[in-house]
Design a protein around this ligand. Structure first.
Ligand code: ADP
Ligand code: RBF
Ligand code: MG
Length: 421
């Protein structure tokens, strides 16, 4: 990769954070509530309507939705209908992967940062009400700057909220980096003269920032699959120090996940190219068994522990979750390469997985050799990381030791002829 915007000549001095869809997973709450409101008028909340609303202030969201769906009532009424439904739920919005890690890192390393959100102040407070650490770091730290949607004249895609946040920090716009999930926010940031990293919260939003987008083409906009893939050092900011192994590794480092994922599913036939084309067998897990995690999961390469059926061994594993850009798959898959030798394929058996480290985002490669070399480097760094606390201890996770559950699907499925001859 070439030089990222902001390196060397004009390093970033401050970070401006969007809230909804970047720090907090409020989009799914909003979509659910908005869907229930538009259904009262016999309409379905289309993806187009969801995208148009993303990142805007509440009344502007409803104005967009009302127009796109031709709803027979004004935005004000729709807002009034949705507010009580949402108010009850804000406090429970989950943190997005990598969000707390980033905020802790910015605070600990003394990087000036602010929140620049479309959310009105009262709603911001509700959203923080059951998240004391996040609230402290974002809003109660000495010098904390939070600019809310009802504290500026024009909402995103206007630049007001970003300019006010930069002014609050006393940092010129050109030295601010904005982290956003929504196209309207990205547009606001670029029109404020700021660089922007877009981490889309809705599937498909990334498409808007292809090479044709002027900000993307000029290097002012970078698109990432999640905050876990954000490298502050590429903007001249201090790097993270939480990756494993601690002393660094030629293949990068593994980020310990704050929420470990435990999955179990039957090993099914994949695309039939892992062993053949790459020399790297990947045990594809039945998509139905892991559907919920697969839908929610940040795409990327992960490290963890694996157990096949009730066999005694617990193995290190490295896995890919996503669309395999090199092969342009149409389906999102979860494919572990178990770092051990097996005499026989184990189709039909139950695979138990404890996924505990994030390695890197999915990537495309200019040749198959490059892809294969990278997967081997992923395996090397994962092996080393899984030897380190706290990841090493997870080899003894009760989920992996639960013999009854890990063996349950195996015997009947194996005899059903799913495996190869
Ligand atoms: P498919 O496309 O059907 O997944 P692969 O060529 O990727 O085929 O081979 C994967 C299969 O190979 C797994 O389902 C499993 O039965 C077997 N296998 C053998 N060794 C391994 C390993 N180390 N990791 C994962 N799967 C393995
Ligand atoms: N496929 C990609 O297209 N891009 C990747 O960056 C990528 N990384 C992988 C990392 C690991 C550890 C594994 C096991 C697989 C990875 N793959 C990647 C998926 C690979 O293309 C897939 O296993 C084969 O297509 C076989 O289905
Ligand atoms: Mg496979």
């Amino acid at each position: 990769m070439g030089q990222t915007a902001g390196e060397v000549d004009n390093p970033v001095k401050a970070v401006l954070l969007d809230l909804d869809g970047l720090i907090l997973d409020t989009e799914s709450l909003c979509v659910e509530v908005a869907r229930s409101v538009v259904e009262r008028y016999g309409k379905d909340l289309t993806l187009e309507a969801q995208r148009a609303a993303l990142g805007k202030r509440p009344l502007e969201c409803w104005a967009s939705v009302a127009e796109i769906l031709a709803l027979p009532v004004p935005a004000e009424q729709l807002l009034a209908e949705s507010e009580p439904l949402l108010a009850a739920r804000w406090a429970d919005a989950p943190l997005l992967p990598g969000a707390l890690r980033l905020v802790r890192h910015l605070a600990a390393s003394g990087v000036p940062f602010a929140v620049a959100t479309s959310t009105p102040r009262a709603t911001f407070n509700s959203k923080m009400s059951r998240k004391p650490e996040l609230r402290q770091l974002l809003a109660e730290r000495p010098g904390a700057v939070v600019v809310c949607g009802d504290e500026v004249t024009n909402g995103k895609p206007h630049p007001d909220v970003f300019l006010a946040a930069a002014a609050g920090l006393g940092v010129p716009a050109a030295q601010c980096l904005v982290l956003e999930d929504a196209p309207s926010g990205a547009a606001g940031a670029t029109s404020a003269g700021m660089r922007v990293v877009v981490v889309p919260s809705l599937v498909g939003v990334g498409a808007e920032f292809g090479p044709a987008d002027p900000a993307a083409a000029s290097g002012l906009l970078q698109l990432l699959p999640s905050l876990l893939a954000f490298c502050p050092e590429s903007y001249g900011l201090p790097r993270f120090h939480d990756t494993l192994p601690p002393a660094g590794h030629p293949g990068g480092g593994v980020i310990p996940m704050d929420r470990v994922v435990r999955l179990r599913g039957e090993v099914v036939k994949g695309f039939g190219r892992g062993s053949k084309e790459l020399g790297i067998p990947t045990a594809n897990v039945c998509p139905a068994a892991v559907a919920k995690h697969l839908a929610e999961a940040v795409t990327g390469i992960y490290a963890g522990w694996a157990r096949v059926g009730q066999r005694p061994e617990i193995h290190k594993t490295v896995l890919s979750i996503g669309w395999n850009p090199f092969f342009a798959n149409k389906e999102k898959t979860l494919e572990p390469w178990i770092l051990a030798d097996f005499d026989q394929p184990f189709y039909g058996e139950t695979l138990s997985l404890v996924i505990c480290g994030y390695v890197r985002p999915e990537a495309n490669f200019s040749s198959l050799e490059d892809l294969v070399a990278r997967i081997h480097a992923d395996a090397d760094v994962s092996r080393a990381a899984l030897d380190c606390p706290p990841l090493a201890a997870l080899a003894a996770d009760p989920f992996l030791l639960d013999l009854e559950a890990s063996g349950s699907a195996a015997p009947s499925r194996q005899s059903s002829g799913l495996g190869p001859a």
